[in-house]
Design a protein around this ligand. Structure first.
Ligand code: NAG
Ligand code: NAG
Length: 445
């Protein structure tokens, strides 16, 4: 057995300790209750070697989810002319059993009838779930290397009508773009993935895992977010927009909120992040730290478990003008990284700034007003405890709120949103270097 496979199995064996009790439980992609059906192309064009690669890819992608009746249930349909149910939904109590079942799948060969296979999944596999109605999400992932020999539109519409989310993964140049787009949910930029060939399908593993997690843990935001972006609007979920008085923000056109020591911004984490956090996300805060707040150390945002241990925190330390990011770790109780590069010091100069942290599974990148400050490595993080509290702008002891002005406080789940989220609302950033990225006519100074 290859060492990584051994590592994976060991991780899976160690998994039970992440569940905890319902009272004090961790949440993340691992713990969501999804019904996940993989529909994989077993037509003759694929070949045995590539089919094995596809199976391994499924095993890898599924590694993010805890498999079992309480969490993610997986089924696998292989198809060519006709679909064949290889792994029935919810039959495996843990990932080890599931991996064995996937490895045992034999290659079919034949033509490519993708529409028929999706229809089969909708009519026979999803309804076989022992928990129909209670599964949080019903997701189909179709992996195909070629153009379908039957119509996919009907099946896709049927999936939509039943609330089944469809991802399409096209492998190689024969997989037709328009057909994948018709098969998958909209927008295609979210629900369609492409791999060059089966040998490099591993390149879309992180993207697939992140998308499945986003689908599972991140709500779709309506009003203030860019269209189709999932994430968390903390100004509303932390009730800042209800509790704090409005003040003018960084531009005449922007509204901000003035926090004060008398204000308590504390919410149950389960209310703000019911399913925890995704593996990657972008934290964005636009704020002004005036004296004395710019000389204090405050947690701009923090999630704590019931017993007070930090699950995630963004700390602004005005004493030495640094930013500290704290998160969970799989090897110790918590880990933190310090950003104390000279570039970050401006955050404490009393003017408006945009702080952006791009979180990836093993690294974090810090930006101030769109300028890259520093990138640092992280250890693997654990899912967070959602049974405690989420707070904004608190000092440690006593738990008072620091007087800061906040204009934006949100998490985008899609890491690519980091490039799209520009600091155009920051006057100095626009003036100095971003005239090309910001639409000046839209801004009122
Ligand atoms: C599966 O994951 C292992 C370990 O990360 C990697 O070496 C391998 O290339 C992956 N295989 C596929 C097909 O994605
Ligand atoms: C800039 O914003 C203005 C006002 O919203 C709009 O009319 C104009 O088309 C925009 N220009 C560009 C290049 O996006």
């Amino acid at each position: 057995m290859k060492t990584w496979a051994l590592g994976m199995i060991l991780t899976l064996l160690l998994l039970p300790h992440i569940h905890g009790t319902a009272e004090n439980s961790r949440a993340g992609c691992r713990t969501v209750a999804n019904d996940l059906v993989y529909i994989i192309d077993g037509s003759s064009s694929v070949g045995v070697a590539d089919f094995d690669m596809a199976k391994q890819w499924l095993i890898n992608v599924t590694g993010n989810f805890a498999v079992g009746p309480r969490h993610t249930q997986v089924a696998i349909v292989q198809y060519s002319d006709t679909p064949r149910l290889e792994v029935p939904l919810g039959q495996h109590r843990n990932s080890r059993e599931l991996i064995r079942a996937i490895q045992a799948i034999g290659y079919l060969g034949g033509s490519t009838r993708t529409g028929r296979a999706l229809k089969f999944a909708i009519e026979h596999v999803f309804p076989s779930s022992g928990r129909a109605g209670t599964a949080q999400h019903r997701i189909a992932v179709v992996v195909t290397d070629g153009k379908s020999q039957d119509d996919v539109v009907d099946a896709a519409l049927e999936a939509r009508a039943q609330g089944i989310v469809v991802f399409a993964v096209g492998v190689g140049s024969e997989a037709s773009g328009p057909e994948l787009a018709a098969l998958a949910n909209r927008p295609s930029s979210t629900y369609v993935l492409h791999a060059e060939d089966y040998a490099t399908i591993g390149c879309v593993q992180d993207a697939m895992q992140q998308k499945l997690c986003e689908e599972s843990v991140c709500p779709i935001q309506t009003s203030s977010f860019p269209p189709n972006e999932r994430g968390f609007e903390l100004l509303s979920s932390m009730k800042i927009d209800q509790k704090a008085p409005k003040v003018q923000g960084s531009l005449v056109s922007e509204v901000a909120y003035l926090l004060s020591p008398g204000l308590d911004l504390t919410e149950s984490t389960r209310a703000v992040f019911p399913q925890g956090l995704p593996p990657s996300y972008v934290f964005v805060a636009t704020l002004r730290l005036k004296a004395p707040a710019n000389r204090a150390a405050l947690d701009l945002w923090r999630i704590r478990s019931k017993d007070g241990s930090t699950q995630t925190a963004v700390t602004l330390d005005g004493r030495d003008k640094s930013v500290i990011f704290t998160t969970t770790s799989s090897v110790r109780q918590e880990q933190c990284v310090l950003f104390n590069d000279r570039g970050i010091q401006r955050l404490f100069d009393g003017s408006w700034h945009q702080l952006k942290l791009l979180l990836k599974p093993r690294r974090i990148t810090c930006f101030l007003d769109d300028v890259l400050i520093e990138e640092q490595l992280l250890e693997e993080a654990m899912p967070i405890y959602v049974s405690g509290w989420t707070q904004v702008a608190k000092v440690t002891k006593p738990e008072t709120t620091v007087a800061v002005e906040i204009q934006k406080l949100r998490l985008y789940c899609n890491p690519e949103q980091s490039d799209k989220e520009t600091a155009c609302e920051i006057y100095s950033a626009v003036r100095l270097q971003f005239t090309t990225r910001c639409n000046l006519s839209y801004l009122e100074f």
